[in-house]
Design a binder for this molecule. Structure first.
Ligand SMILES: [Zn+2]
Length: 429
C-alpha cells in the first residue's frame, strides 16, 4: 500500500506539492485569523507564492505565535470541532489543537500509510503501549490508523509490564507501539518470569519519543541493548501534534519517509534560509489538507538532516534522519556543539546506572554549563571515571557528573502533570 505519488520523480512530487500548497494558502487567507493578519503585516500576496522556493518569502510561524494567538489559528466554528488535544507550550500553559471530522480522517490515513510503510498489514495485530486519552493525539492517531488499515489493536496503554506480557501471551500481537526504553523493562520482566522473548511472536516495534539510531542509521546504545536480547525490527517514527503527520521508517530503516500529500518539509538555518544538502537544520513544516488548525512554515524546534536519494523500498520521497536534538537545547560547551540525546546515548551504555538527569545552566560569565546527576545501587569512583572517559572518547568533552539519590532524580524527572519523564532540565534564560 504505497500511495502512487510516493514513487514518482522528485520533479513530479514538487509539482504535486505546489498545487497542494496553493490550495492551502488560499484556505488560510480565507479562514485563518492569524494568517490573514500575518499576510497583511508582512505584505504577502498569496497568489504570488507559486513554488516551494517562494515559501521563503513568508516569515515563519513559531511555537510562541501559537501559544500567544492560539484561538486565531482555528479556521472552523466550534460546532465543527470533534476532538480537542493539548501539547506543551513554550510559556507554560498548554496549547490547544482542535480537529474536525475531516482532520481525524486525515490522521487515520496518515497513520495507516505510516504503518504500511513499516511493513504492517491488515493481518497484523498491534499492541498499543501509549496513552490514548489525557488529551494526547498520538494514541488516538494509532488507533484510527490501525482501524483504517484493517489490522487489529490491543489498547493496553503505558506502563505495567505484567499486563503487557499478559496481553502479548493472550492475544499474540505481532507489533508493539512503544517508547523504546520501555522495551528494556519488558525484557527485564520476561527474564525474571521465564518468558521466552524470541518465542513471543513479536516481529517488530513501532518506536516513538526516543531515538535508537545514530546519525548513520546504525543502532545506538539503546537500540543495541534492545536487540541483543530481543530479535525484533525497530522502526522509528517521528511525529508531533503540530504536524499531525508522521515520518515513519520503511523496511530499509534509513530515515522516516515524508508523505507528500500531507506535509511540506524544509530544513532551515538560524536565518530561516534552507540549509545545504546534508547539513543539519531546523525542521520547518507546512501542513496540507488540515481543516481546523493548518500551519504554514511552522518551526518545530527539532534539528535533523534530510536524505534525498531514492530508497530501496521504491519510495522516492524525502527521508528525515534521527533528531540530533532540540534547537533550544543546543549546548555550546568548551568549543563543542552538543545536544542532550548524544549524552543520553553515552549514559545508556552503563547498566549500573539506575537513572540520570541532565541539567543545563548558564554560569557567571554566561556560557553553558552541564551537570549530569546519576544514581546507582553501587556508586564508585571507578564507575564515575569510566563514564567520564567514555564522554571524553565519544564527545571530546566531559561535563560535570555527580552521584545523587534515586529519589532526588526521580523527583526531577517526573514533575506533576507531566505525561512523559523529563531527561533534560534547561535552566538557561
Ligand atoms: Zn524506504
Amino acid at each position: 500500500m504505497i500511495p502512487e505519488i510516493e514513487t514518482k520523480s522528485t520533479a513530479e512530487i514538487k509539482t504535486f506539492q505546489e498545487a497542494k500548497l496553493k490550495i492551502a494558502l488560499n484556505y488560510l487567507s480565507e479562514n485563518s485569523p492569524f494568517y490573514q493578519r500575518h499576510f497583511e503585516q508582512h505584505q504577502i500576496t498569496v497568489a504570488k507564492i507559486q513554488t516551494l522556493e517562494d515559501l521563503t518569502e513568508i516569515p515563519v510561524t513559531t511555537k510562541d505565535d501559537i501559544q500567544q494567538f492560539n484561538d486565531d489559528f482555528i479556521c472552523v466554528p466550534k460546532s465543527k470541532i470533534i476532538d480537542y488535544v493539548t501539547t506543551s507550550g513554550t510559556l507554560g500553559d498548554p496549547v490547544t489543537f482542535a480537529l474536525t471530522d475531516a482532520d481525524l480522517e486525515r490522521l487515520a490515513y496518515n497513520e495507516a500509510i505510516s504503518f504500511a510503510c513499516a511493513g504492517v498489514t491488515s493481518s497484523d495485530v498491534l499492541q498499543l503501549m501509549t496513552t490514548i486519552d489525557r488529551r494526547f493525539m498520538a494514541g488516538l492517531a494509532y488507533f484510527l490508523g490501525v482501524r483504517k488499515l484493517g489490522a487489529g489493536i490491543i489498547r493496553v496503554g503505558a506502563g505495567i509490564p505484567e499486563l503487557q506480557w499478559d496481553s502479548i501471551i493472550k492475544f499474540k500481537p505481532t507489533y508493539l507501539i512503544v517508547v523504546p526504553s520501555f522495551l528494556l523493562k519488558l525484557i527485564k520482566y520476561a527474564e525474571q518470569h521465564d518468558i521466552d522473548l524470541n518465542a513471543s511472536g513479536i516481529k517488530g516495534a513501532i518506536c516513538i519519543g526516543e531515538s535508537f539510531r545514530n546519525d548513520d542509521f546504525t543502532l545506538n546504545t539503546l537500540g543495541e541493548k534492545i536487540t541483543e536480547h530481543w530479535q525484533i525490527d525497530l522502526f522509528s517514527t517521528y511525529a508531533s501534534t503540530e504536524m499531525s503527520t508522521a515520518f515513519t521508517e520503511c523496511e530499509a530503516q534509513q530515515g522516516g519517509h515524508l508523505h507528500p500529500e500531507l506535509i511540506i518539509a524544509e530544513l532551515l538555518d538560524d536565518y530561516d534560509q534552507p540549509v545545504k544538502d546534508g547539513e543539519i537544520g531546523e525542521l520547518t513544516i507546512t501542513t496540507l489538507g488540515i481543516e481546523a488548525m493548518p500551519l504554514l512554515r511552522f518551526k518545530t524546534g527539532d534539528m535533523m538532516k534530510a536524505h534525498n536519494q531514492p530508497c530501496s523500498c521504491g519510495r522516492t520521497t524525502l527521508r528525515l534522519g534521527p533528531i540530533a536534538g532540540r534547537k533550544k537545547q543546543m549546548i555550546k560547551y568548551k568549543g563543542t556543539t552538543l545536544y542532550p540525546p548524544a549524552m543520553q546515548n553515552i549514559l545508556n551504555n552503563f547498566n549500573a546506572l539506575e537513572c540520570f538527569v541532565i541539567e543545563i545552566s548558564h554560569n557567571a560569565i554566561g556560557t553553558d554549563e552541564i551537570l549530569i546527576r546519576i544514581a546507582s545501587d553501587s556508586p564508585s569512583d571507578e564507575l564515575l571515571n569510566q563514564i567520564k572517559d567514555h564522554f571524553r572518547a565519544k564527545l571530546r568533552v566531559t561535563p560535570k557528573i555527580e552521584w545523587s539519590d534515586k529519589e532526588v532524580i526521580d523527583a526531577l524527572r517526573f514533575p506533576k502533570l507531566s505525561r512523559k519523564p523529563i531527561l533534560v532540565i534547561d535552566k538557561r534564560k
